[in-house]
Design a protein around this ligand. Structure first.
Ligand code: AP5
Length: 214
């Protein structure tokens, strides 16, 4: 099963992806996480990526295609794939369809986590992430870490993301509406769109997705 997870910023793509990967044993393509790790390198390209991400801009399509291609190639193709944060925009969607086709695969489902813009802003203003294992928490909800700014899973320090500042969040949401809406239309026409109300507790959203995937 090959799945794309879409939704506005803070809709819970990373949160739900973690649960789905655990349940179905999928290869998890985390576009944003891969980019953040590239941005930590010490070279010109890494610095450019870091600046673009901090401003909430999108990374060029061709660069994203190469990262996705590398990921598809390197992972066990007998397992399915879960694409979280990729594609954004119809051109990336088409590039992904083309890459999967070369392995005799296709996209089975596009899961759309629907939340309002107010909820996006509310969630991102409270999000903290473990610098080591990537576990996600929220200081504004019940999903807080047990100890202040310490990961409940591995004990490492929690941090806020550079691009969760209000100006960057505004730009990310703008780009999301411009670029991602057309993918939803396309997936709807292809009969593979699965829409989920993302403004419910994490477990309820997950159970709904699992039910709809049956
Ligand atoms: P990326 O890291 O992919 O960020 P994003 O798409 O903006 O999404 P987020 O990570 O902000 O939100 P999420 O939906 O994963 O929510 P989460 O589960 O964390 O991309 C970052 C940047 O990389 C982009 O801006 C761009 O620059 C670049 N990039 C990435 N992919 C690209 C591409 N394909 N092309 C070009 N550029 C690209 O949850 C958020 C918070 O809400 C958490 O605190 C969580 O605990 C909480 N929460 C989750 N679910 C619930 C719930 N049901 N109820 C209450 N709280 C919840």
């Amino acid at each position: 099963m090959n799945i794309i997870l879409l939704g506005p910023q803070g809709s819970g793509k990373g949160t739900q992806a973690g649960l789905l990967v655990q349940k179905y044993g999928l290869n998890w393509f985390e576009g944003g996480k891969i980019l953040r790790s590239i941005a930590r390198s010490d070279n010109e390209r890494a610095r450019e990526i870091k600046v673009m991400m901090k401003r909430g801009e999108l990374i060029p399509d061709e660069f994203m295609r190469l990262i996705a291609w590398d990921f598809i190639n390197k992972n066990d193709q007998n397992k399915g794939y879960l694409f979280d944060g990729y594609p954004r925009g119809v051109s990336q969607y088409e590039a992904l369809v083309d890459m999967l086709k070369r392995f005799g695969k296709g996209i089975d489902r596009v899961i759309y986590l629907n939340i309002s813009e107010d909820e996006s802003v509310r969630r991102l203003s409270g999000r903290v992430v473990c610098a080591k294992c990537g576990e996600i928490y929220n200081l504004n909800t019940e999903d807080k870490p047990r100890e202040d700014m310490k990961c409940s899973k591995c004990g490492s320090t929690l941090e806020r993301r550079d691009d969760d500042l209000p100006e960057a969040v505004k730009r990310r949401l703008e780009l999301y509406h411009q670029r991602t809406g057309p993918i939803l239309e396309r997936a709807g026409k292809d009969g593979i769109l699965l829409e989920v109300d993302g403004e419910r507790p994490i477990e309820t959203v997950f159970e709904d997705i699992v039910e709809q995937l049956k």
